[in-house]
Design a protein. Structure first.
Ligand code: IPE
Ligand code: IPE
Ligand code: MG
Length: 256
């Protein structure tokens, strides 16, 4: 990395989102059932979490199950639910010991009562932790997130406590998931496909996107470090010109 590129964006991402894709293909390539890939994917989750802790990245959001994944064969969906419950119960103590705050985002009402209870317990246990915030998106969809926020504001309008003209981007964003965390800086997708698949639509407005061919079970510290190095090299302009950004990075206030 040159000094020049470092000046553009030398800060580490404060919030990384990952679409953990490619488990099924990883397993199929080895002649194993798809669920084997999902199980192996859990090891990669552990690595990603500990990597973020090591680097001091405050927020990590992992896409574990989309609102569209219910369309999969019933046995795959039920294996994923079992795995989710098992991992939650098995990992929560370690997460807690490591100061990780667990936050599940998505429409949880479709999950079994047992899973909902485990989620509530895990979140309550880790609520006071001040290390990494680990958001797990489960039965999550970016469109659901926005509709959910709209519904909350509509309710306030119906109650007479809010005027439609008072609905601004800023107000709506306060009802979007993870509004209390740093802005999404970097969105990574493994598995080779170049699409967002209804992940963090609102939050991704100015995120840097990184699409990797690596299948999720093969994701490790080196792959993560390379993605972060690519993020650090990019010039984020947020609508400004490159010259303005370089001026800001140089600490100059001239020309503003
Ligand atoms: C991502 O891996 C995990 C989930 C969607 C639960 P996939 O299961 O989508 O793996 P591929 O894309 O079929 O390889
Ligand atoms: C996105 O992967 C969802 C998760 C990683 C949980 P998919 O495999 O479901 O995405 P599509 O269907 O290929 O777009
Ligand atoms: Mg997939």
């Amino acid at each position: 990395m040159t000094e020049e590129t470092q000046a553009f964006n030398s800060a580490l991402p404060q919030h990384v989102g990952i679409i953990m894709d490619g488990n099924g293909r990883w397993a199929e390539r080895q002649g194993k059932p798809r669920v084997w890939g999902h199980k192996k994917g859990v090891d990669a989750v552990r690595k990603a979490v500990s990597f973020c802790r090591k680097l001091g990245i405050p927020s990590l959001t992992l896409f574990a199950f989309s609102s569209e994944n219910w369309r999969r064969p019933e046995d795959e969906v039920s294996s994923l639910m079992q795995l989710f419950l098992f991992v939650l119960q098995q990992e929560v103590k370690v997460l807690h010991k490591n100061q990780v705050r667990l936050n599940i985002i998505g429409d949880l009402s479709r999950f079994s009562p047992g899973l909902q209870e485990s989620i509530a317990k895990a979140q309550a246990l880790t609520a006071g932790n001040t290390g990494l915030t680990l958001n797990v998106a489960a039965n999550y969809g970016g469109r659901w997130d926005i509709a959910n926020a709209a519904q909350q504001l509509a309710q306030q309008v119906a109650n007479g406590t809010l005027q439609p003209a008072e609905i601004t981007e800023q107000l709506l964003s306060q009802h979007i998931q993870m509004h209390d965390q740093p802005e999404l800086d970097l969105m990574i997708r493994t598995g080779g496909d170049i699409r967002i698949s209804n992940f963090l639509l609102w939050q991704a407005a100015y995120a840097e996107l990184c699409f990797l061919d690596t299948l999720w079970p093969d994701f490790d510290d080196q792959v993560f470090a390379d993605a972060i190095a690519s993020f650090v090299r990019r010039e984020r302009r947020f609508g400004c010109t490159g010259a303005q950004i370089r001026e800001l990075a140089a600490g100059s206030t001239e020309g503003q």
